[in-house]
Design a binder for this molecule. Structure first.
Ligand code: ZN
Length: 246
């Protein structure tokens, strides 16, 4: 079982939220999304549901073309040591999914999440994960200059008292059962998820703002966590696909 969100990661998330690096996720993608995400079955339901709801709200098609592996989008970065060689494989599959012969999906969602067992097993903080995500975005931007790249981070803040109270209340449970029964009767394919008391959020990661934040203050504060200064590990830059609100 993955340990909860570390105090350090929680603090970094707070700072990055204040700094405008992590923004509330809103639906992106014209014709679906190629999604590279961690396999974590404790988070998958929320990851899917949240994005599904946002897609419906914005009138977009919900069409996740999923590639799942431990650590998610970090593995797209060739320098990620979780599963050596996986980057090439993932990039090839993303390239195929973008191609008109297969799916023709033009948006690539690079997901990381916290707490992530794959990250913590190898001693990574959320900052290490973000830099892997940054280099993953560089790689994906080289596949096709017209694709759009959507970096996101999913955060499980753990159990919160008021949410747990609601999840355990008979009012909620009875309502969920009744709505589900009605949906089943009508033949509407919906599932009412039972809450587990955790507060979870999906954020859009503004990687350009992250790089500026790192240069101005982040490096001074947290640069000692890296053997090589992360800005020096970048290769091609992000390209304009990062700014495309597709
Ligand atoms: Zn994970």
């Amino acid at each position: 079982m993955t340990a909860g969100l570390s105090a350090f990661d929680r603090e970094v998330i707070r700072v990055l939220r204040e700094g405008g690096v992590l923004k509330d996720y809103t639906a992106r993608g014209r014709n679906g999304q190629i999604v590279v995400a961690c396999s974590d079955g404790d988070q998958m339901k929320d990851l899917i549901l949240h994005k599904w709801r946002e897609a419906i709200r914005s009138g977009r098609i919900f069409r996740p073309h999923l590639f799942c592996c431990h650590g998610g989008a970090m593995n797209v970065d060739p320098t990620c040591t979780l599963y050596p060689g996986m980057s090439r494989n993932l990039l090839e599959q993303i390239r195929q999914a973008e191609g008109v012969d297969l799916k023709g999906i033009t948006s690539v969602n690079l997901c990381i999440h916290a707490p992530c067992g794959a990250a913590s097993m190898t001693g990574m903080t959320i900052l290490h994960q973000l830099w892997h995500q940054y280099r993953a975005a560089e790689e994906v931007s080289m596949i096709d200059s017209t694709n759009s790249i959507i970096p996101t981070i999913h955060v499980d803040y753990g159990v919160e008292g008021d949410l747990l109270e609601r999840a355990e209340s008979s009012v909620f449970k009875d309502a969920a059962t009744r709505i589900q029964e009605l949906a089943d009767e009508l033949g509407i394919g919906i599932l009412i998820p039972l809450l587990d008391g955790h507060r979870r959020r999906t954020y859009h990661v503004d990687l350009s703002t992250f790089a500026r934040f790192w240069e101005s203050t982040g490096c001074q504060q947290w640069g000692h966590l890296f053997e090589v200064e992360p800005m020096q590990t970048l290769t091609t830059g992000l390209g304009f696909q990062m700014h495309a609100l597709a």
